[in-house]
Ligand binder design. Structure first.
Ligand SMILES: C[S@@+](CC[C@H](N)C(=O)[O-])C[C@H]1O[C@@H](n2cnc3c(N)ncnc32)[C@H](O)[C@@H]1O
Length: 285
């Protein structure tokens, strides 16, 4: 292992399907940089993720906590943890570009010395066992494909007993509804029968595990975690964004309704049942 000129620790290259998907797509998940776009789904969703993370960490002495942001991307949630006052965040991603962006951004924002950047896979975390208090793995484990369980097991071994894992996973019903509305009936049927989903419209070999919730939670349980809290994230944000991108909703219509939409999103956060994603809090047994 070596540290490169950008101060990024270079470990074993991930060979998971999600790492390959991001690489071949030539498009990194730079989600922090989208938070500022008021017409983007990421702008609408991020406050609800932050709220959930805040609830999971409520009452914890954060200045003592060593955190690991697995599949950190360009650090949308790393920055949230830093602003909450945690001791340090170890940021790991299989894609180099977002790590580089995070290195530059954290320097500008004055918290580069509070983060460590690692280019590796969630299935291979090159840090000491039992060293981490809090792990974020938001929108990550399914990208590991057949190595999803390896990722869970590896995460568990890096955590202290009683440590907190905050993750999010695709919700079968929400993803199936999205397939039906925006892809094909065949794609929707495949979600249920083959337990997988794709993120692109065209035919692709990049298909990711999509478990029924009971099965998903049993994987967490079997790999050392106890579920203590969960919350759904509405699918409405994404439906509206896709309709906008496809020209079914105009910019003017969206802008005119934006304030009211924010109120509706708050309602859906409290009472909605149609979830694209479920966020989970687990404790290491
Ligand atoms: C949907 S993005 C989420 C990024 C970030 N957690 C957020 O929500 O802003 C998924 C991230 O997982 C990363 N990823 C994919 N496969 C991975 C693997 N095997 N190990 C670590 N990261 C991986 C991708 O490069 C990407 O940055």
């Amino acid at each position: 292992m070596k540290i490169d000129n950008n101060g990024i620790l270079i470990s074993e290259k991930s060979t998971t399907i999600g790492a390959e998907f991001h690489e071949t797509r030539g498009k990194s998940a730079l989600l922090r940089s989208l938070v500022d776009d008021p017409l983007h789904q990421i702008n609408w969703e991020t406050p609800y993720y932050n709220k959930f993370i805040g609830e999971c960490l409520d009452g914890e002495e954060l200045s003592e906590k060593v955190c690991l942001d697995l599949g950190c991307g360009d650090g949308r949630f790393t920055e949230y943890l830093i602003n909450k006052g945690v001791k340090k965040v170890i940021c790991l991603d299989a894609d180099y570009e977002p790590l580089h962006k995070l290195s530059i951004h954290s320097g500008k924002e004055g918290y580069r010395d509070k983060i460590e950047l690692i280019h590796s896979g969630a299935e291979n975390i090159p840090i000491e066992n039992g060293s981490v208090d809090v792990v974020l793995a938001l929108g990550v484990y399914y990208y590991l494909g057949v190595k999803q369980v390896n990722g869970l097991r590896e995460t568990c071994s890096k955590m202290k007993k009683g440590g907190i894992l905050i993750s999010s996973e695709p919700n079968l019903e929400g993803i199936a509804l999205r397939s039906l509305l925006f892809n094909t009936l065949g794609d929707m049927v495949e979600n249920f029968t083959n337990s997988n989903f794709k993120e692109e419209q065209n035919d692709t070999k990049y298909r990711f595990p999509l478990h029924e919730e009971k099965k998903l939670l049993s994987l967490y349980e079997l790999n050392g975690f106890n579920l203590t809290y969960k919350k759904g994230l509405s699918i409405f944000h994404q439906i509206i964004r896709i309709q906008y991108v496809r020209g079914l909703i105009s910019k003017e219509e969206l802008e005119t309704n934006l304030d009211k939409l924010k109120g509706i999103f708050d309602y859906l956060d409290e009472k909605g049942k149609m979830n694209k994603t479920i966020m989970y809090k687990h404790i290491k047994k």
